[in-house]
Design a protein around this ligand. Structure first.
Ligand code: BES
Ligand code: ZN
Ligand code: ZN
Length: 509
């Protein structure tokens, strides 16, 4: 979707649909809505008076203007109660609006700036959230449908009406950020939607190379023999059962002219993403119910790819490295078996008691590789544990960290992006559960605290580096369509990472 800003008056701007919003329970209409209402001879107020429209979260009403203003239709969308409103209310309102607009057959719309009275939000942030909501709310994945004609046509153009000339610069930047982060999340949804017979480790590597071709990002792919030489026994152990060659993918973005600070090379922020292109469980085979969803077990890796692409498109003044250990987890004649012991890249040995706890194995080597890059911070993203879904459900990403300042910045980015994180403990007391009788540790923690023991396992591979672990199992997949969240792969986590990096780049310049 093409998103633009224009300084104009809503009543006199031609449009297929004009989007206005309203807070639940407010009797007076907001500035522009009041002006439109006057031109429509009180039609909007009548809707409020009769109670047909209250402004409840994601409530909509569409009315034709019969030539009374230049827009053909007005779409009123609810922002919910004013006291509860946040940036995400605006994102949701636009996600809801775009579906209603598409349903009406319109291909373009104009909109005012919604939610300007929400405390602690700038015009830039509002427009970014609006843009994200509108783009993500319209997401469809139709690559494998042969009857494309039956699908509703995409809305192609959104014009944000700037109330004052001076708001335009901020609005433009909000649009730029919103487009970059929404396109990143859609890229993740696409990659996770593709089935595993298409989205193989080789295909993920090809996607990384495509990002390399856009410029500014250097790609290095380590092949099986390379990782053998390095000694990534845990990653290779998981890959053994598969016929698909594993790929250890590295992407590096280093903004030109800002590579050095104070004469020293800028330390990179390293992102590590779990990239299991299909998780059968291996010899500890998963039950068949819902197993098809395990095509999305590469979402962490997809988020790292998409984030690097966004950072490069936004030309953020940062040094960011992405690492994707990519493989399938398959049973097979050569697959690892329960009881097998693997030599990790770090030197620690791991007894594999369950081959379905494979994410932590590939991440052990990915994280240890990351520590060798002298990082300012390591952030890993992984669809790591079913226990995360049990503990937190659909609305929070499980977060673990060994540094308070870093953790707080991630929490802030979570609130701003609407992709919220919830902190879980990394207490060493839990390590007892990971003890093995024959190796340095085992890869499962037994009953209780499954999300925690998985994170604690990872912590043994990051040394003293500042580190955040994000468990996106359950938030990565939605069983139903919501305002701007698609059914199936959601891409949740991507905008959080991008927002964190945007904030990071602002705090440094
Ligand atoms: N990929 C799964 C975790 C997962 C489950 C993600 C459901 C999304 C939805 C992971 O590799 C796994 O199988 N974990 C096991 C670990 C267990 C064997 C200790 C789990 O959570 O059951
Ligand atoms: Zn698994
Ligand atoms: Zn997995």
């Amino acid at each position: 979707m093409d998103v633009k800003v224009k300084q104009s008056r809503v009543e006199s701007e031609p449009a297929e649909v004009l989007v206005l919003s309203h807070f639940d329970g407010e009797t007076a209409l907001q500035d522009e809505a009041a002006a439109v209402d006057r031109a429509l001879q009180g039609a909007l107020r009548d809707l409020l008076k009769t109670g047909e429209f209250q402004g409840k979260t994601n409530q909509t009403v569409l009315l034709h203007t019969q030539g009374k203003i230049f827009a053909k239709r007005v779409l009123l969308v609810g922002l919910g109660k004013k006291k509860d409103a946040k940036l995400d209310s605006v994102r949701q309102a636009m996600g809801t609006a775009i579906k209603r607009i598409r349903q009406s057959g319109a291909r373009s719309f104009t909109t005012v700036l919604h939610g300007r009275s929400i405390p602690d939000t700038s015009d830039l942030e509002l427009v970014q959230a609006m843009t994200e909501g509108a783009i993500l709310g319209g997401y469809q994945f139709n690559v494998y449908r042969t009857n494309n004609g039956d699908q509703p046509k995409d809305v192609e153009r959104m014009v944000v009406i700037a109330p004052e000339a001076q708001a335009q610069t901020d609005i433009k930047e909000g649009i730029r950020r919103g487009v970059a982060s929404a396109e990143a999340a859609m890229f993740v949804r696409d990659l996770s939607n593709h089935p595993s017979n298409i989205m193989t480790p080789s295909r993920v590597a090809a996607e990384a190379k495509k990002i390399g071709k856009e410029g500014n990002v250097r790609i290095k792919i380590l092949e099986q023999r390379d990782v053998e030489k390095l000694g990534m026994g845990a990653f290779l152990g998981v890959a053994r059962g598969s016929h698909e060659p594993p790929k250890f993918i590295i992407l590096e973005y280093n903004a030109r002219g800002t590579a050095k600070r104070n004469g020293r090379a800028r330390q990179p922020i390293v992102l590590v993403g779990k990239t299991i292109t299909f998780d059968t469980g291996g010899i500890s085979l998963k039950p068949s119910e819902n197993m098809e969803q395990m095509k999305a077990d590469m979402t962490g890796g997809a988020e790292v790819l998409a984030t690097i692409r966004a950072v490069s498109r936004l030309r953020l003044p940062l040094h960011v490295i992405g690492i994707l250990p990519a493989t399938e987890n398959m049973p097979g004649g050569r697959a690892i078996k329960p009881g097998d012991i693997l030599n990790t890249l770090s030197g620690l040995t791991v007894e594999v008691q369950n081959t379905d706890a494979e994410g932590r194995l590939i991440l052990a080597d990915g994280l240890n590789y990351a520590t060798r890059l002298k990082p300012a911070a390591i952030i890993d993203v992984a669809t790591l544990t079913g226990a995360c879904a049990v503990a937190l459900g659909q609305f929070a990403i499980g977060m673990f960290s060994n540094r308070d300042a870093l953790k707080q910045r991630i929490q802030q980015a979570g609130a701003k992006s609407g992709e919220r994180v919830w902190e879980m403990p990394l207490w060493d007391d839990y390590f007892e559960q990971l003890k093995s009788d024959v190796a340095d540790m085992r890869n499962i923690g037994g009953r209780g605290g499954g999300m925690i023991t998985a994170a604690l396992f990872l912590s043994k591979f990051v040394g003293d580096c500042p580190w955040v672990h994000l468990d996106i199992a359950s938030t990565d997949w939605s069983d139903r369509e919501r305002a701007y969240i698609s059914k199936g792969p959601t891409g949740i986590g991507t905008r959080l990472l991008i927002q964190y990096l945007i904030d990071e780049s602002n705090s440094k310049t």
